[in-house]
Write a protein that binds this ligand. Sequence first.
Ligand code: CMX
Ligand code: CO
Length: 146
Amino acid sequence: MDNSDLFTCIDHVAYACPDADEAVAYYQETFGWHELHRESNDEQGVLEVMVAPAGELTEHMTQIQILAPLRPDSTVGKWLENNRPGLHHMAWRTDDIDTVSATLRSRGVRLLYDEPKHGTHNSRINFIHPKSGKGVLIEIVEPAKH
Ligand code: CMX
Ligand code: CO
């Protein structure tokens, strides 16, 4: 895979907080953002609400993912014990997470999962550990193919 083909755009930037509904209402009422999707991801232990600057997604539009923990011992629950509500990760979109994962591993990048897991909207996701992301947690997202 050529370097220029690894990622297509920034899929979302994730904001973590204790109360997603309160944050979504603020984004809608104050900033005019639109809620496009929400789901509980039990495996990840989070409620995920996708908001965007327009009511419909264009091809490379970046969303904000508002996250709230479903349980205190989840990743985001533990993160909120050590951090104020704020930016938690960013997510880079790819058409082929398997090839990207193999390419990054061959370059010594530390990925969290051996195989991609279930993400928002039936996407396949993995994460670059913050130690391999220059201090930033980076999600890799392959959206479901429709
Ligand atoms: N961004 C940047 N750095 C982070 C971080 C974050 N969100 N979370 C933890 N870290 C850093 C800590 O600051 C710490 O750094 P130092 O060692 O330099 O102090 C180090 O990582 C370890 O911190 P920890 O509190 O012990 O955290 P854990 O190792 O328990 O967890 C991680 C870190 C990346 C393994 C965990 O956050 C994880 O599994 N993330 C992936 C899953 C996830 O985030 N799911 C929710 C979102 C789901 C979705 O987007 O769909
Ligand atoms: Co995410």
